[in-house]
Design a protein around this ligand. Structure first.
Ligand SMILES: *Cc1c(COP(=O)(O)O)cnc(C)c1O
Length: 457
């Protein structure tokens, strides 16, 4: 008999979570104006809002916290982080930042100017935000297969090289400060980019003299998928694959709240000393001196240790395996989800779940509310509310895909929790025809409305 994968850790400390009644949850969600961001965490039983900063640190990471060097300049913690980034990712230079979007802010302050074009694969929302804030444009070159949840494709995060070359051909090189490759691609469902695609993008970029930057929050999960799915990598270690991946990048931005398994932190990696020096100026203004940049010494220590643990195969097998365990259960129940399963989350196709609801009634948000009421599981809408209004016409934008995202925190929940989540969604699925009304917006902010939007049933 094949042995099942099992978590390569045991539990040393626990945090109590509380169950609640359906009546309590109906009241709480009503008081929260049907916005899950307004729900208190103690009113949640299983929290799948995000996998960002919500993972569990190891005993070694907590030990490293005690060893943190809080010196303003030249702390040993800085050198620990520098060594981990050099050894594991291969970047000679780096700047710490307080999280991923801060890394984007510092790097883009050097690179992105008004009128620029930044091609990439479904840019993450903060990445796009930092590009558009500078009056530049993010150009999405993701392969078309990514946008059909029913198509099986091993690397739905891939960049379509023809789309990319068209952008490079039609614009002067000085208007294109970089190509951004997001590994894994969050916006298309936690989908990986193949090594071949990274190699091809780098070669094409080289032909036009353009730099490649990896948005790397989930680089280790991406490496895991390469090992499992791409020819020639089955016998390579995750660390070997990671090393090769980053040979195709000139720089990287990192939200360490994901694959480095810390609660807060980020950084920029550079191959080029000159770019590092230019970015250091902005790093100092926005984040802090270059040897701490928005992080405490203890947090840099935990991050360095987390980079090592996050790139170990047994951990990744259980992490991605747990997400797939949940995905397979949902699939067996006939619940429509994005396939293949993502590395960090399961994306439920809300339009196929509730086909009778009109899009104007915010289908994925309705599903998020129903799931919460059913069982206290908190997931998040990735759909029309998140898509906001068109900045010019002020009309609601309705994206092709309405997702309910269930992001799984690292090393935090057991497979019993996965069973609980699956049963909750199955119950909602069984009564889907009774869900005849969605939600409508009562109040909304002019931008990034999803955090504060007020809704009515
Ligand atoms: C989370 C994330 C970011 C932003 O990082 P924060 O730490 O949340 O600021 C950028 N890109 C990707 C792909 C991410 O997943």
């Amino acid at each position: 008999m094949q042995l099942p994968y099992a978590e390569p850790f045991k539990i040393k400390m626990v945090e109590t979570i509380k169950k609640s009644t359906r009546e309590e949850r109906e009241q709480w969600i009503k008081d929260a104006k049907y916005n899950l961001f307004n729900i208190k965490s103690e009113q949640v039983f299983v929290d799948l809002l995000t996998d960002s900063g919500t993972g569990a640190m190891s005993d070694k990471q907590w030990s490293e916290m005690m060893l943190g060097d809080e010196s303003y300049a030249g702390a040993s913690s800085y050198y620990k982080m520098k060594k981990a980034i050099k050894d594991i990712l291969g970047f000679e230079y780096f700047l710490p930042t307080h999280q991923g979007r801060a890394a984007e802010n510092v790097l883009f302050s050097v690179l992105v100017k008004e009128g620029d074009i930044v091609p990439g694969n479904s840019h993450f929302d903060t990445t796009k935000g930092h590009i558009e804030f500078r009056k530049a444009t993010a150009n999405d070159c993701t392969i078309d297969e990514a946008f059909d949840t029913t198509i099986q494709h091993d690397f739905k995060g891939n960049i379509n090289l023809e789309k990319l070359e068209k952008v490079l051909k039609e614009n002067p090189a000085e208007r294109i400060p970089m190509i951004i490759v997001t590994v894994t691609c969050n916006s298309s469902g936690g989908q990986p980019v193949s090594m071949q695609n990274m190699r091809d993008v780098k070669a094409l970029a080289g032909k036009y003299g353009i730099r490649v930057v990896f948005d790397s929050a989930r680089f280790a999960e991406n490496a895991y998928f390469i090992k499992k799915r791409e020819a020639g990598y089955a016998d390579k270690s995750i660390k070997e694959i990671v090393k090769e991946m980053f040979t195709y990048a000139d720089a990287m931005t990192m939200s360490s709240k994901k694959d480095a398994i810390v609660n807060m932190g980020g950084f920029i990696g550079f191959k080029d000393e000159d770019l590092f020096k230019q970015a250091s100026v902005f790093g100092i203004i926005y984040e802090g001196f270059i040897t701490y940049g928005g992080m405490s010494g203890r947090d840099m220590n935990a991050l360095a240790q987390g980079l090592d643990e996050g790139t170990e195969f047994p951990f990744l097998e259980s992490r991605v395996g747990q997400v797939a365990y949940l995905g397979q259960m949902l699939k067996d129940y006939g619940i429509p989800i994005q396939e293949p399963f993502g590395g960090h989350a399961i994306f439920v196709d809300a339009k196929r779940f509730l086909p009778h609801l009109p899009k104007e009634e915010f289908v994925a948000q309705t599903l998020a509310v129903e799931l919460y009421i059913e069982s206290g599981v908190r997931a998040v809408e990735i759909g029309a509310i998140l898509a906001d209004r068109d900045p010019v016409t002020r009309e609601n934008r309705f994206p092709d895909l309405e997702f309910l995202r269930m992001a799984i925190p690292r090393r935090t929940y057991t497979n019993n929790h996965m069973d609980y989540i699956a049963a909750s969604l199955k119950n909602v699925f069984d009564r889907r025809n009774e869900i005849t009304k969605g939600v409508k917006i009562v109040k909304e902010a002019p931008i990034m409305r999803h955090f504060t939007v007020e809704l009515e049933r």
